[in-house]
Write a protein that binds this ligand. Sequence first.
Ligand SMILES: Cc1cc2nc3c(=O)[nH]c(=O)nc-3n(C[C@H](O)[C@H](O)[C@H](O)COP(=O)(O)OP(=O)(O)OC[C@H]3O[C@@H](n4cnc5c(N)ncnc54)[C@H](O)[C@@H]3O)c2cc1C
Length: 510
Amino acid sequence: MTPEPFDIAILGGGFGGTITALVLHRLGFRVIVIDRGVHPRFAIGESSTPIADLVLRDLAIRYDLPRLLPLVKYGTWKAAYPDVTCGLKRGFSYYEQPQGERFAPREDHANELLVAASHDNARSDTHWFRADVDAFLAREVTDAGIPYLDRTEVTIGATGPWLLMARRIGEMRPITAQFLIDGTGDAGVLKGYLGLRDQAERLKTHSRALFAHFAGVKRWGPLIEERGANVTDHPFPTDDAAQHMVLPRGWMWQLRFDTDVTSLGFMLDTRHDPLDTSLSPSEEWEEWLRRFPSIADQLAGAALVDPPGGLRRTGRIQRWIDRAAGPDWALLPHSAGFIDPLNSTGIAHTLCGIEKLALAFERSFGKPALADEMATYAEAVSREIELIDELISGCFDAMPHFPAFVTWSMVYFAVVTSYEHGRSMGEIPPGTPFLGADSEARWSMVRGARQKLMDRLSRIEDKASESSARSEADAWLSEHVCQAIAPYNIAGLCNPQVKNMYRYTAADKG
Ligand SMILES: Cc1cc2nc3c(=O)[nH]c(=O)nc-3n(C[C@H](O)[C@H](O)[C@H](O)COP(=O)(O)OP(=O)(O)OC[C@H]3O[C@@H](n4cnc5c(N)ncnc54)[C@H](O)[C@@H]3O)c2cc1C
């Protein structure tokens, strides 16, 4: 059988693979998408951010994809696509959950942190119900006339050009492509074929996941209000957010969709709580609820609804592939590596990767310069993964000391809001590495602040220390970190007067 020739073959039909296909099709390339699964299907990675929305907006405008534009804001999404489920995400909420105790609200909000990411519901970010969103995008691909093969297993036969044997429901279809993009995420098809190495041992984050979708999860805001919390100080309803329950050695995400479904997942530090396979995932889940009674209160009466096989559980989840691209292949960011869902960097990272690839292809596809472009892409993705690791691992280290966690979070928010504002003002051009990960000045700020965090954590190790000594150490850390982030603090972070309630960090998405 004569192989069907394509310019670019994309493995993986998640939102990463399909948006890449739509963009490259607009650039005039012959593209094919191949996925081994079938939509709609359960997928994780659901909480978008202002940067994700800005980059998606820029992609939709630059590549004339007007049907993607409504997805960048909650208001336009609901108006244009009421059947594609999403959730309202006004910002980020964090609550300290001491082991064995119920959350006890404080007048000074010292055990809470709320950071707004949008001004109102209409302009808000969203949680993507991936079963619907990915199915919608796959339909956009086929409606654009791009071949999309689902339920297809691929074998790579040769390189230069790539020869792919695509087996779909017993039928074999040979395909050739000049360039291959791997959007298969942790399945890592190209990693296996090219013998790429996972260098996760160099990463500082050590976490594993336990997660599912539930119906009937009680809202946290009313629960803590009953316990005396002053929720009128909150910059937005705390549940309309990426809600983080901060445990001493891990955290839980809570993402509410507009249906009765909530995505819940524990991320656990494997250095303290390694995977114990003698417990089933549901036994382990119950054990965590026993340890954190306020979370158990929220889940009383809730029922697991997805995925079909019940709770998903992983071992250590970090990946960092040693090379993200070659002259005729590239890994999308989620295939090149992953750190942890804390603070929702994944969707934005993937979209930034698509943007970089599209710009490189616009300039250099079919020219010798593409090899250099791909080397630059690989370097950028690698630095991005490293920076995310630095920011997230600092959070894990600080988790046992909530004030230190709050202070370190200021570093994270300074990095993201300064990048976001720079992009929205046109000062940071499209294609700039995610979070400015190529900037030595940023790295130096983050590393300096991290050193202070580690100094503080080693000064006062545990809760048994005198509380006055702990407060002194926290004040010392805060002073140094706030000084360090000052050049990036365009959002009023590090302000003791707002008592951990940040209202005005959002750039306007227009
Ligand atoms: C536990 C967890 C929680 C997360 N939470 C968040 C969050 O809240 N916010 C956020 O921004 N990011 C989050 N992420 C990251 C997010 O999941 C990724 O950024 C996102 O899924 C990347 O999308 P993608 O389409 O590139 O890859 P994926 O979503 O991984 O899609 C891969 C696709 O490849 C297909 N595939 C697999 N193997 C093959 C094969 N052999 N051949 C063909 N096709 C194949 C699969 O069927 C799938 O459709 C999270 C990640 C994890 C692991």
